[in-house]
Design a protein around this ligand. Structure first.
Ligand code: SF4
Length: 310
């Protein structure tokens, strides 16, 4: 007999973002929007705009009962093929631990072939939880968190109103790693503009060195229309790095300053980047830098401006 859940759709508050590596994951809307955007932080981010302009994307934590029901609906639609689940939106780790445990446990109880539950996290979401809470979540199967470092330079973080310290970002990754939760950290090339590009690259490399995350990915800044960053550019308060070769040199400087025990899986596979790179640090550091040198000698290897973001 057909279950009445088959007639129901999972709830999604669109538009939705997820990491490239979660392309085949079942997406479950646990929170909507971003608590940092609700606090007016992160001047470059589209979540800032969503918070202001799209009532349905304003930050909130969905009731646990609704999330659990969505997981059941997901099973009715996708059954045993689901191996990975990603909890939307921008920082589902903000959910109080007892509720988050119910959600993660429900995921594994429902999908027999599930191997991973992941979510985005702000660094304060991690720091707010005790070591014991993080270990409980890890043991329940929340085994990957995505954290936006953006920059390892405090002046750049203050410029974009990230609202956190570099040290808090470093501590949060070390804390999650220690609890057995894998960490995927992202930085944004170009975020220091022309003025701060050198310290942004050097200090991001140094911060990643202290974090030693499981994965590290770099994106390249793309200015979102309507954000405070666009306004800063218009007023001359932020000078965008527009030359792709300067962006690649910044990437090179950052990698030169990464000195990790590893292994750290490094990627620049995001569509915003000019040069896709892939390697394991520290083993592949020389090869990555060599690929960058090749691209600097032959810029035709770079993704064209028209293809960025696609
Ligand atoms: S950058 Fe991340 S933490 Fe900041 S507003 Fe955007 S989604 Fe939220």
């Amino acid at each position: 007999m057909k279950s009445n859940l088959q007639d129901r759709e999972m709830f999604y508050a669109e538009p939705i973002y997820r990491p490239p590596s979660e392309a085949y994951s079942l997406l479950v809307q646990a929170t909507v929007g971003c608590s940092s955007a609700a606090a007016g932080r992160c001047y470059f981010c589209s979540s800032y705009i969503f918070q202001q302009k799209i009532p349905g994307k304003r930050f909130r934590i969905r009731p646990t009962a609704e999330i659990l029901e969505d997981i059941e609906i997901g099973y009715e639609h996708y059954g045993d093929i689901v191996k990975k689940i990603f909890l939307l939106d921008s920082n589902a780790l903000i959910i109080k631990t007892p509720e988050l445990l119910k959600i993660v446990e429900k995921c594994y109880d429902t999908f027999p072939r599930l191997t991973q539950v992941a979510c985005y996290a702000c660094c304060e979401d991690i720091l707010r939880k005790s070591d014991a809470e993080l270990e409980q979540l890890s043991q329940a199967g929340l085994n990957l968190v995505f954290i936006g470092l953006e920059s390892g330079d405090q002046e750049v973080l203050d410029l974009i109103n990230k609202g956190v310290t570099v040290q808090d970002q470093i501590d949060s990754v070390i804390k999650a790693n220690a609890a057995g939760i894998r960490t995927s950290v992202t930085s944004i090339i170009g975020l220091g503009g022309r003025k701060l590009y050198h310290q942004h690259a050097v200090n991001t490399g140094k911060a990643v060195s202290q974090m030693n995350p499981t994965f590290f990915a770099s994106l390249t800044l793309m200015v979102v229309p309507g954000t405070p960053m666009e306004e800063m550019i218009r007023k001359g308060e932020f000078e965008l790095v527009t030359d792709p070769l300067e962006i690649i040199r910044e990437l090179e400087l950052m990698i030169q300053n990464i000195d990790v025990p590893g292994p750290v899986e490094f990627r620049t596979n995001h569509a915003s980047n000019y040069l896709p790179l892939r390697g394991t640090l520290p083993k592949d550091k020389a090869a990555l830098l060599s690929t960058i040198q090749d691209a600097l000698r032959d810029p035709t290897r770079l993704r064209s401006e028209a293809m960025r973001g696609l």
